[in-house]
Design a protein around this ligand. Structure first.
Ligand SMILES: [Zn+2]
Length: 165
């Protein structure tokens, strides 16, 4: 059985549940969007969950942010397909949904209220875009990438026997 994740914003206007086969909070993204919208410590942690099972209370309080991106990788300014959902009342970042991968939704670990497992190792990504003041704490077994890792969140869990069936 997949894990049922329960999440909410800080003020309580929005809460949600979603099922996940991949609940390990192992993936730290240091990109400027994650960092500014959600990552006070210099990064955000994105989980993977099954979009079809997402149930939302307080939908009317949700705002959606689509970032404009212009960087070395995308020299021509474009609008991200990623839809960053947040609470319009208190500003809590809730999840990212990208219609490019409609079966997935990526809740931010910081918005989850249920107990999450502790990741045995972590992946640090988009380090090229981290803020200068951020000193990533890269553990012995951690992996670090300038941009994105090849391995998907699903593959990462499967390869380590951590996929929750
Ligand atoms: Zn709120």
């Amino acid at each position: 059985m997949p894990v049922m994740l329960e999440g909410s914003c800080r003020c309580g206007a929005v809460s949600f549940t979603v099922e996940s086969h991949t609940p390990m909070p192992y993936q730290l993204c240091y990109c400027s969007i994650c960092r500014k919208q959600q990552g006070g410590g210099g990064y955000a942690i994105n989980l993977g969950a099954n979009a079809a099972t997402l149930k939302i209370r307080g939908k009317e309080h949700i705002g959606v942010y689509r970032a404009e991106i212009e960087d070395d990788e995308r020299p021509v300014r474009e609008t991200s397909t990623g839809e960053r959902n947040f609470c319009r009342e208190c500003g809590t970042a809730l999840w990212l949904y990208d219609p490019t991968w409609p079966e997935l939704v990526h809740p931010f670990a910081s918005a989850i209220d249920s107990e999450l497992p502790q990741a045995p190792e972590r992946v640090h990504l988009m380090l090229k875009y981290k803020a200068g003041w951020v000193e990533p704490e890269i553990g012995e077994n951690d992996a670090a990438f300038d941009l994105y890792p090849e391995e998907s969140i699903a593959d990462w869990h499967k390869k380590r026997g951590l996929w929750v069936d």
